[in-house]
Design a protein around this ligand. Structure first.
Ligand SMILES: *Cc1c(COP(=O)(O)O)cnc(C)c1O
Length: 494
């Protein structure tokens, strides 16, 4: 399996790469994102055989099609080590943790044209209570494996406002050859998120609380990454959402959700995905391109509705950071969907020259228009429906109402991001097609809004009761690039 850049057009600006070549990297050298040169297709027989598999072995079967340069036995050992009930142990009462991503039936009403079925797929039972653990835990094991093979080391440097940083730290803690330097805005994360990250005592994890806001942290990461000499010498890498291995690890749970919700391959299901950077739902698109019988992929956004706007109008218009709302589903507060380019590449018939031109226009003009109207950049919006995409958005009030309603009707507490999903999923229910909402975080992580909606605290999984009281280990630093570089160099000894 070879990987090509979304911007590699007729000029072949960068040569095809293997899975291991792109594992530790981010963007392609030409600024594009990597995708398989062609999607592997699955047969009906394969899909049927996969119905019987454990999550770990299903992950092995799916990943085997993409990571063709990792020996099968090694890949099997890696997926079995990653997807265990011990790692994904935070299932809600009544759900079976050994399923890794158990389905939870919310509603089934029989009516004309077939049953209207709404389900939740719990993706947040991992160590940091958000779906990012699904991919990041695999990444930690893949990185450790690859680095050991090449006798190499890696220093992950990133910025977080919450979920990504903690998922990365819990995936990389104690891993040989890896250090994590994670910046977060000092005193700006929730008490729970802060405690989750800062209570880690592993010597290879460095929490750096920056006196500033999230954008200051991100600017420092960019500044350090732009110093190529420093980056190479310090072996700096990232684990951001465009990383291909993260995307492909997420393809697995679409297969799992489909197989768990159906009994034969003539049945179709739809997925509603709380979306920000388009990483999660991009994995759904890839599963569909592989032949998984997905009917609709519904992108749910909050007030930051860049994606909803595109799927309604064909106009992709990114927002400036000052125009980005801070909402009660903060992990979806994005102004530019970094994985969106992967879908656009497919939508444009894999024309890398046009993709490059369009995303250059995003930089110069803030977006592009595929509506087909006079003066637009193309008419491919007409084809979006063939890919099954739909969308919707919600507001803070919608989240409060949905959290309350789901609690009253089904007796479970959902988090604010999942509430965005449930709200939008209900607008797209089709008789005879099961709708699965991906649960992207557990409620305990966003307790402030749960308290506002329900008047009571969200339940915490066992082991999280007193995390705010644990001793914390972190350094406070100013938003100063030179001091940051000195800090990294001191701890890597490179
Ligand atoms: C990251 C995140 C999202 C958004 O996922 P994308 O892959 O960026 O679309 C949604 N919900 C939660 C809880 C998250 O942490």
């Amino acid at each position: 399996m070879q990987y090509v850049s979304t911007r590699s057009g007729s000029a072949q600006s960068c040569p095809p790469q293997s899975f291991s070549d792109i594992l530790l990297g981010g963007l392609a050298p030409d600024g594009g994102l990597y995708l398989p040169a062609a999607y592997p297709r699955i047969t009906g027989e394969e899909l049927n055989a996969w119905r019987k598999l454990s999550y770990a072995d299903l992950a092995y079967e799916v990943l085997k099609k993409f990571a063709t340069d990792i020996p099968d036995a090694d890949l099997k050992a890696l997926t079995r080590k990653t997807y265990t009930a011990e790692v994904y142990c935070n299932a809600r009462e009544g759900d079976d943790a050994s399923q890794i991503t158990p389905l939870h039936l919310l509603e089934e009403t029989v009516g004309r044209g077939g049953a209207r079925t709404l389900m939740l797929q719990a993706l947040s039972n991992g160590p940091t209570l958000a779906f990012k653990d699904m991919a990041m835990q695999l990444l930690g094991n893949l990185f450790e494996y690859t680095l050991a093979k090449n006798n190499a080391e890696l220093n992950i440097f990133g910025a977080t406002s919450g979920d990504t940083g903690s998922a990365a730290e819990y995936a990389m803690r104690g891993k040989k050859g890896i250090r994590v330097f994670m910046l977060s805005p000092h005193k700006k994360m929730s008490a729970f998120q802060t405690a989750q990250m800062f209570s880690l005592q592993d010597p290879n994890i460095f929490n750096i609380a920056v006196n500033g806001v999230f954008d200051d942290c991100q600017d420092m990461v960019k500044a350090v990454s732009n110093d190529l000499e420093f980056k190479v010498r310090q072996k700096i890498g990232t684990v951001n959402s465009i990383n291909w291995a993260r995307v492909v690890a997420q393809v697995v749970y679409y297969f799992r959700g489909y197989l768990a919700a159906t009994t034969d391959n003539t049945q179709k299901v739809s997925f509603t995905v709380p979306s920000g950077n388009f990483g999660n739902i991009c994995a759904g698109h890839i599963a569909r391109m592989m032949g998984l019988p997905i009917d609709k992929l519904v992108a749910a956004t909050n007030e930051n509705d860049v994606l909803d706007e595109f799927f309604r109008t064909g106009v992709y218009r990114v927002r400036k950071s000052a125009e980005t709302y801070h909402t009660s589903s903060p992990s979806m507060d994005i102004s530019k969907a970094s994985n969106f380019e992967r879908f656009i590449f497919d939508l444009l018939g894999r024309d890398g020259d046009r993709v490059r031109a369009l995303f250059q226009k995003v930089e110069t003009h803030g977006g592009f228009d595929l509506s087909g109207k006079p003066g637009s950049d193309g008419d491919e919006f007409a084809k979006v429906a063939q890919y099954g995409f739909l969308s919707g958005k919600s507001t803070h009030q919608d989240r409060l109402d949905t959290i309350r309603d789901v609690q009253d009707e089904y007796g479970i507490t959902i988090d604010t991001h999942t509430a965005d999903g449930v709200k939008v999923a209900r607008e797209h229910l089709t008789p005879g097609v099961t709708m699965i909402v991906l649960e992207t975080a557990l409620a305990a992580k966003f307790n402030e809004t749960i308290l506002e909606a329900l008047g009571t605290d969200a339940e915490r999984p066992a082991g999280f009761e007193n995390i705010e009281a644990l001793p914390q280990r972190f350094d406070v630093m100013p938003a100063d690039v030179e001091q940051m570089k000195a800090f990294i160099a001191k701890h890597t000894g490179l």
